[in-house]
Design a protein around this ligand. Sequence first.
Ligand code: SF4
Length: 266
Amino acid sequence: MDFAEGYDPLELASRVERLVAVEEGGVVKRWYWRFRGGRWYGGIATGDLVGCCLRCGFCWAWRYAWSTRGRYLLSPEEAGSRLVSIARSRRYRQVRLSGGEPTIAPNHFLEVARYCLSRGLHFVLETNGVLLGARYDLARRVAELRGVGGGIEVRVSIKGCSPREFRVLTGAREDAWLLQLEALRNLLKLGLEPCEEVYPAIMLSFCDRESEESVVERLRDIDEALARCIDPEYVFLYPHVIELMRRRGLRPRTAYRPSEIPDNLI
Ligand code: SF4
């Protein structure tokens, strides 16, 4: 990983895809490290994937997101059925893929989404947006899920408030930050409703007032509504996150102990 020069997350995504996804008989399987229910989004079934195209220095899932093997290698149907089963047993209406980046090996996550949507569940796509910003064809395939079953919601998690902060936080080249904004632009262009079907989340822990204001301004330039539905993200100080930040020399301005996470961040 070239942190000194700034790695290319698109190139990393291609390399990771070859390691975390396996095609067998036309079906794309992907490695997972766990399935769980949880209180986020008011109750949601979650499949945690292995594999990401960024290396954020505050990542809570880094031990798994950056590895190439999980516990289970599953087809979309197998992963979808686990999510549906958790959701039904706990009376959740929503499912998501998390942990790693779902848009790597897109044929897998799109099929998982269709499986869950067609059973009446709402699908939350949590993404860093890099691939959706770079590939309009992929954004189009996500947008095509709109009319299916329980409906989709795309949460584009923007890493830092500027290209420079992105570079410091992720170690990736600065210009890839713009791809995250481009993901929002692409999905809006394809007809997703701002705030209801697509919205930005921003890692604000390392931003100063000026950089925070500038990213809000950039979001307004894409669509006025986006600035009104920013989902703030902050670092949660789990021991393995503190250790990672120490190694990467990152010091958050705002962060929360796991026992003190405010209700509005859950
Ligand atoms: S994009 Fe998410 S999963 Fe990937 S490194 Fe960053 S925080 Fe971790």
